[in-house]
Ligand binder design. Structure first.
Ligand SMILES: Cc1cc2nc3c(=O)[nH]c(=O)nc-3n(C[C@H](O)[C@H](O)[C@H](O)COP(=O)(O)OP(=O)(O)OC[C@H]3O[C@@H](n4cnc5c(N)ncnc54)[C@H](O)[C@@H]3O)c2cc1C
Length: 193
């Protein structure tokens, strides 16, 4: 297999705070060319993003340079969702924080934490996440939410969409939006959001 050399758009390079997190070597790109599906899509470059603001900057730069972007977390998708031939943005490595809230009845997790890691933190409180995909050792909260993952036991009552309270989302424009109720109130004190 030959893997063509690539040139990354200068806008993308400028959007990433540390260029060592931009990977263009063939070995790095091929390592990300598969998910758990039969597709083989070698990205032009891989960027390991550090936080939501940087993801926003990358999306803005991608729009300006007309670069297609695919997000990648655990990479366990079965239909090629987490592989792409443009820019692949790793949103697993830098996004692992987990905060247990309300004695384990709620949890705030960054998208790179695996289902198993979150459940390990909840287990000591006698709770667990609703979605229970069989890939729980490797799949992450970001991938679970984006795929609306379920599992053998959760059915449709406890799947990702039914158990999600709020999200921090990065829009294609690069704007970061937190849908948590507190922020909604802060942005809109009249309360008519
Ligand atoms: C052995 C095995 C068993 C499985 N069992 C189940 C099962 O029981 N139930 C089930 O529903 N699925 C199952 N799956 C499918 C898959 O594991 C799940 O859908 C899983 O939730 C994907 O998570 P991931 O972290 O690997 O996501 P990835 O594959 O990395 O990404 C999934 C999608 O989410 C997007 N994405 C990832 N992170 C983010 C982010 N932070 N922001 C925005 N978009 C993002 C990606 O672009 C992609 O479109 C299984 C897969 C395998 C290999």
């Amino acid at each position: 297999m030959t893997v063509a050399r690539t040139e990354i758009a200068p806008e993308i390079v400028a959007a990433v705070a540390d260029v060592s997190r931009i990977r263009t070597r063939a070995i790095d790109r091929v390592a990300y060319a598969n998910d758990a599906s039969h597709y083989l899509l070698t990205p032009e470059a891989v960027v390991v993003a550090s936080d939501a603001a940087e993801v926003g900057a990358i999306l803005r730069a991608a729009t300006a340079s007309r670069t297609p972007v695919t997000f990648r977390s655990g990479g366990t998708s079965l239909s090629g969702q987490s592989a792409g031939s443009g820019l692949l943005v790793d949103v697993r490595q830098g996004f692992g924080r987990i905060d247990v809230l309300d004695g384990g009845r709620r949890v705030r997790s960054q998208p790179g934490a695996t289902v198993r890691q979150v459940n390990a933190r909840l287990a000591r409180h006698g709770h667990r996440l609703g979605p229970d995909p069989a890939s729980e050792a490797a799949c992450t909260i970001g991938g679970v939410v984006a795929n609306n993952s379920s599992g053998m036991a959760c059915g449709t009552a406890e799947n990702s969409y039914r158990t999600l309270e709020s999200l921090v989302v990065v829009l294609a424009s690069g704007t970061v939006v937190d849908t948590a109720p507190d922020l909604t109130r802060a942005l809109n004190p009249e309360g008519d959001a």
